[in-house]
Design a protein around this ligand. Structure first.
Ligand SMILES: [Zn+2]
Length: 208
């Protein structure tokens, strides 16, 4: 499977284009001869796919917590060196705060963790951190990912109404901004979408 992410220039620096295989972030990549490789595209390995799904399942657990609390079921986790360093779910109703999105809560926690790791001069940036979100982030959350220099965004379902990572806008990959993320869309998309549909179906029933 090919994803339009910006990892490829980095992979090329590490010699993958010559050898047609190599390592990126400790993951073994093999580029098959028949595949046409364009800059900006990368082969996704089975290992990487499994890893994405493992962390997305954790984000889905968060989304389910939101569901049970009557919140729009969106969840997120932040991953650094293959470990979850932060997790969150929507808390807009609980906090009476329309900005209390799963991603924002997770980003704040992750920044705190990274600051703790990096010492007093570390400004809490999310370099080398991946954010997993069950839904495509909105403009606010996508901007927060850019501002924190988060390395990668992996998301589940697209949000055609508010998504700012490919649907309505593409803030995560806008080269006019000073940072771009690698974006991996559609990981466990169905699970995330079903949860959202279920939530809004129940909401409509209650309103009747
Ligand atoms: Zn958001």
């Amino acid at each position: 499977m090919l994803y339009p992410i910006e990892l490829w220039p980095l992979a090329r620096e590490e010699g993958i284009s010559k050898k047609r295989q190599g390592h990126y972030n400790g993951i073994h990549l093999v580029v098959y001869g028949r595949m046409k490789i364009e800059p900006g595209f990368i082969m996704e390995t089975t290992e990487q796919k499994n890893l994405h799904e493992t962390f997305m399942r954790e984000a889905l657990k968060e989304a389910k917590k939101a569901f049970q609390k009557g919140e729009v079921p969106v969840g997120a986790v932040a991953v650094f060196q293959n470990r979850i360093i932060a997790r969150g779910h929507n808390q807009m109703e609980l906090l009476h705060d329309p900005t209390a999105h799963a991603e924002m809560i997770t980003i704040t926690q992750a920044a705190d963790y990274m600051h703790g790791q990096g010492g007093k001069d570390h400004r809490g940036s999310l370099e080398k951190v991946s954010l997993y979100a069950t839904l495509e982030p909105c403009p606010m959350c996508a901007s927060a990912l850019v501002l924190t220099h988060c390395e990668r965004l992996v998301f589940g379902a697209q949000d055609l109404k508010l998504g700012a990572c490919g649907s309505l806008y593409d803030l995560a990959r806008d080269t006019r901004l000073n940072h771009q993320l690698n974006v991996v869309p559609g990981v466990l998309e169905l699970e995330s979408r079903i949860l959202m549909q279920e939530f809004f179906k129940n909401l409509r029933k209650e309103k009747r």
